[in-house]
Design a protein around this ligand. Structure first.
Ligand code: ZN
Ligand code: ZN
Length: 317
């Protein structure tokens, strides 16, 4: 079928609308009419080549929409269902089979490799194959996704709001709920109040953390953090964040999260925890020297202090 997609022709080129051909869904796939898509930093980084992908490509990996057609083997959704599309996973490796598909052994290939699991792309432009992204390519009017990537949602909820559940929201909330698992009454400091950080704030609020401290340098984000459950906010441009966190928590937070990927903030994230605390680094650091610097400095710091530090790979990418 003909679709309209925001294609990225080559590294660094802008998103441009083109008419593309989208294949029919295969037996395990679903055709979805896209209603909305979040725009994630990973889309921008992939467009600009900071994350190595092949071009031309249709990016977009926070799609939400309505099932138009389901392949013959699909059992979890039917046409008309409202769905959110998340990352792709193989379903066969030890991580998928133990309920942790975000750590799938084939994660890189299936999400950044440009093709579906069978090695083909459902997207074509003038007979030429166009690379797929995250098993969905949601910057388009329609998308094909494997049934495994599709989660049915309540029809009462506005689909336009739900796309980021598939990436940014579950990355931040999943770090708290699944990886850090703070207990009721414990404290947590969250550096960066973007969609990942704010989702971590909401998860900490649901768990009942006693002190939920959000750090950012943009006042409007800090206001939103308060609205979503932060008990304290710190503007990193105006105050010594680590000293403030230690004061508020009487010596350091039980948990901290860096969502920024900035080396200095990563070090502050390690500094902000108390002895036996746990720091999580949910970051995308550009490949190469700056990546090396971030991890070397942050982890040398943490190891040098003898803290129990936990490296957490983002649950989705
Ligand atoms: Zn993302
Ligand atoms: Zn897998």
């Amino acid at each position: 079928m003909k679709i309209t997609a925001a294609m990225t022709a080559e590294k660094g080129s802008p998103f441009e609308l083109h008419e593309l051909e989208l294949a029919d869904p295969k037996p395990n796939e679903v055709l979805i009419r896209i209603v909305a898509s979040g725009v994630c930093h990973t889309d921008a980084a992939s467009r600009d080549g900071e994350i190595p992908v092949q071009y031309p490509v249709v990016l977009g990996h926070e799609g939400s929409g309505i099932v138009e057609k389901a392949g013959s083997n699909v059992t979890s959704v039917v046409p008309g269902d409202h769905v959110v599309i998340s990352f792709a996973s193989c379903g066969n490796c030890e991580y998928c089979l133990s309920g942790k598909p975000a750590y799938c052994s084939s994660f890189l290939m299936l999400n950044f490799g440009g093709v579906m699991a069978d090695g083909t792309t459902p997207l074509h432009h003038h007979e030429h194959g166009v690379k797929n992204f995250f098993g969905q390519s949601s910057f388009a009017t329609y998308a094909i996704a494997n049934e495994r990537s599709v989660v049915k949602v309540d029809k009462e909820i506005d689909l336009a709001l739900l796309g980021p559940l598939g990436c940014g929201i579950q990355t931040g909330a999943g770090t708290v709920f699944n990886s850090l698992q703070p207990k009721f009454g414990e404290s947590i400091a969250i550096f960066g109040a973007g969609s990942v950080g704010l989702s971590a704030v909401m998860a900490a609020k649901i768990i009942g953390c006693s002190r939920i401290i959000a750090v950012d340098i943009i006042p409007s984000r800090l206001e939103l953090a308060k609205e979503l459950g932060a008990t304290h906010v710190i503007n990193g441009n105006e105050a010594d964040a680590v000293a403030e966190i230690r004061r508020i928590t009487n010596g350091g937070a039980n948990y901290s999260i860096d969502t920024t990927g900035v080396t200095e903030i990563g070090i502050q994230t390690a500094e902000a925890i108390r002895v036996k605390g746990t720091a999580a680094f949910v970051v995308k650091v550009p490949a190469g020297a700056s990546s090396h610097r971030y991890f070397r400095q942050v982890f040398c710091y943490a190891l040098g202090r003898g803290f129990h530090s936990t490296i957490i790979y983002p649950p989705t990418h």
